[in-house]
Design a protein around this ligand. Structure first.
Ligand code: ZN
Length: 333
């Protein structure tokens, strides 16, 4: 039985992403007392990286002027499939890590401290529920739009995991049957293949390859000395380049389709969008909302808020902390 940490206590939060890792001390109000940022070194073993996280944790304790005894729990998010019950990172495709006993490794150092692990997307959903926009909903959907697309489903103020703990794969809902692009999962036409940061970059590359149509976009990206990416295409769209706006419009339309499927199934209180591409939610929103509204049933579904995360860059870190802080569900009404 894990007792609730008192508000004087801290949680050590470790958010291991594909490219960067954040380590921080988070209090019960969701305030980050100290944090360190590391590169996720995928050339070494996961154990080596966890050792670096432990060093960063000690540095955070010194920064915050706190003791190891003040830490009442450790929450870890991992970029892949996590077995919460065993505390094992089962598979992280990008890093190539398999069967890493994260909980056991951390408990060598933090022996009497509860250690919770979760997949990064579900942890973000729980972070939003505990500290962010999700506080006002009983049911909502968290969607990460980044290099890939993932989602976490919150039902009755807890994560809905599914029978085999793989629920929430909104990124692999098929949104394009006729002209589907290939997806990393082996299927074609998945949301991830049409609306992720990677999909936006590929659309831009195809546009640029058509020399007439893509000339203005190509020139903008070259003049700004940028790479072709979701961010540079967003910058081009904001400066009014039509082809860049159209790329975001296309991605927005596919997001609207997928969100309508999810809403018709779950009638959520809201949809919260995080991940790097959510910084361009304003560019996606017009086509996304139009498609969404034209394909959901029920006035309550039509009206639900589709909003960016309120947790910003640290969503994953707060998500990791919420693995320890999240209380048994108490419904809002
Ligand atoms: Zn897929």
């Amino acid at each position: 039985v894990i007792s609730m940490p008192s508000q004087h206590n801290l949680v050590l939060a470790i958010d291991i992403g594909g490219t960067k890792t954040l380590v921080g001390l988070v209090d019960a109000q969701g305030t980050i007392q100290a944090q360190r940022r590391l590169t996720t070194d995928i050339t070494g073993t996961a154990e080596t990286h966890l050792a670096k996280c432990m060093e960063a944790a000690k540095a955070c304790l010194i920064d915050a002027g706190r003791l190891k005894a003040d830490v009442s729990g450790v929450g870890v998010t991992v970029p892949g499939l996590a077995d919460r019950l065993r505390g094992v990172l089962v598979h992280a495709p990008y890093a190539g890590w398999n069967e890493v006993p994260v909980k056991a490794v951390l408990q060598n150092e933090w022996a009497d401290t509860p250690v919770e692990i979760a997949n990064d997307v579900n942890a973000c959903a729980l972070g939003e529920l505990t500290f962010g926009n999700g506080r006002k909903f009983n049911h909502f959907i968290w969607v990460t739009v980044s290099t890939g697309i993932g989602s976490g489903i919150v039902v009755d103020r807890q994560i809905f995991e599914g029978e085999s703990m793989i629920a929430g794969e909104l990124g692999h809902v098929i949104v394009e049957w006729e002209n589907g692009m290939p997806c990393g999962c082996g299927h074609t036409g998945c949301l991830e293949a049409h609306a992720s940061g990677t999909a936006i970059r590929r659309m831009a590359e195809r546009t640029i390859a058509e020399s007439d149509r893509g000339a203005e976009l190509a020139r903008f990206i070259m003049d700004c000395n940028l790479d072709v990416s979701a961010e540079s295409v967003a910058q081009a769209a904001r400066s009014g380049i039509k082809e860049a706006l159209e790329i975001y419009e296309t991605a927005g339309r596919y997001l609207g389709r997928a969100f309508s499927y999810a809403a018709n199934l779950l009638n959520p209180g809201g949809i919260v969008v995080g991940g790097g591409v959510s910084l361009a939610l304003d560019l996606l929103a017009p086509a996304m909302r139009k498609t969404y509204r034209s394909s959901v049933i029920g006035e309550s579904n039509r009206r639900i808020p589709i909003v960016p995360t309120s947790l910003g860059y640290e969503a994953g870190l707060l998500g990791a902390a919420s693995l320890v802080y999240h209380q048994p569900p108490r419904m809002l009404k």
